[in-house]
Write a protein that binds this ligand. Structure first.
Ligand code: NAP
Length: 305
């Protein structure tokens, strides 16, 4: 197998949740890492671990061209899911990735590994951010730079810890989309980072979509019950009806881009199933053992005294 040892990996989105986890893993396993993001404090933490850092904006084409010099591969997680106005994904993401693809071509980067997402509804998704993500995926696949799309299911940290867990911890009502019975496959960010590391270490993988997920498929109502049991604290549940989510995703658009996007995500979540059960082939291929929802809840939530 060809070796990636001593070759520089540019992590774009290194100041984010997943990009940070990948950068730390790469540094911890002796890789040469250049980290790009906009947040200087988070970059400084990576510098302390041995990364070369660049604080910059992907909308700055010169910055992107310069940061790609002497880079072998790019791992990118950059996105603006919660962006609004000038920072909206509708305004930023495609332009940003055009700069990345141009610079990658110019510098003959060997591969772009882009973290995408699974089952987003593609070009006709009701969620604007997912439509943009689909455009970015298409751009990268047509860039003439060898690519990999790493497509995880939903992150446990986002949907279990933040969305549901925070409410239960604080004694606030858990907001369930629709009746809360739509099911999803969940994966922990550390497990996605491990898949990314294994892909980056194998340069023979090119022009492939790699779907990854964890062993657990469950509904948001079931997740709420598991957290209640772990914390020993009952949670109040509120249900956001599907017609309200649908209407809100349209009506809110002129007033609140984020509000409309969250309503659209809620609508999409309540009306679609991402019950990815075929997670084992990728896990076996890359030697990753993703954790279950139960394991995640046990390690994340301390029992309330
Ligand atoms: N959450 C989920 O359930 C889920 C499921 C499947 C897939 N995914 C995908 O996984 C990926 C990683 O998600 P995440 O939660 O780790 O994202 P995140 O924490 O929001 O990180 C986003 C990163 O993008 C960077 N960024 C955005 N625009 C930039 C720009 N113009 N210039 C420079 N940097 C820019 C941010 O930099 P600064 O913070 O420094 O500004 C940050 O480092 C995303 O593509 C997401 O769609 C997520």
């Amino acid at each position: 197998m060809m070796s990636t040892a001593g070759k520089r990996i540019l992590v774009i989105g290194a100041t984010g949740q997943l990009g940070g986890a990948v950068a730390r893993r790469l540094l911890g396993t002796g890789h040469l890492v250049r980290a790009l993001g906009r947040n200087p404090q988070k970059l400084a933490a990576l510098e302390a671990l041995g990364a070369e850092i660049t604080a910059g904006d992907l909308l700055d084409a010169n910055c992107v061209m310069n940061v790609c010099a002497d880079v072998d591969q790019i791992l990118t997680t950059a996105n603006n899911a919660m962006g609004t106005g000038a920072a909206s994904p509708n305004r930023v993401d495609l332009r940003a990735y055009k700069n990345v693809c141009r610079a990658a071509r110019e510098h003959r980067i060997s591969r772009i590994v882009h973290v995408s997402a699974q089952d987003t509804g593609g070009a006709s998704s009701p969620v604007d951010f997912f439509r943009v993500k689909h455009q970015v995926d298409e751009l990268i696949c047509g860039s003439r730079v060898p690519w990999v799309l790493l497509a995880p299911t939903v992150f446990m940290e986002t949907w279990i810890e933040t969305l549901i867990g925070d409410a239960v911890r604080k004694g606030k009502p858990v907001m369930l989309f629709g009746d809360g019975t739509s099911r999803a496959n969940f994966i922990a960010i550390d497990d996605v980072a491990e898949f990314a590391l294994r892909i980056l270490d194998d340069p023979t993988i090119t022009n492939e979509v790699i779907d990854v997920g964890g062993p657990s498929v469950c509904s948001f109502a079931e997740v709420t019950t598991l957290i209640e049991r772990r914390l020993g604290a009952p949670a109040k549940r509120r249900h956001m009806p599907v017609p309200l989510l649908r209407a809100g995703s349209v009506v809110l658009r002129p007033f609140s881009e984020i509000g409309a996007r969250l309503m659209a995500m809620g609508y999409f979540t309540a009306t679609s199933t991402n019950a990815f059960t075929n997670w084992q082939p990728a896990a076996q291929r890359f030697g990753v053992q993703p954790i279950t929802v139960e394991q995640f809840i046990e390690k994340t939530f301390a029992v309330l005294s």
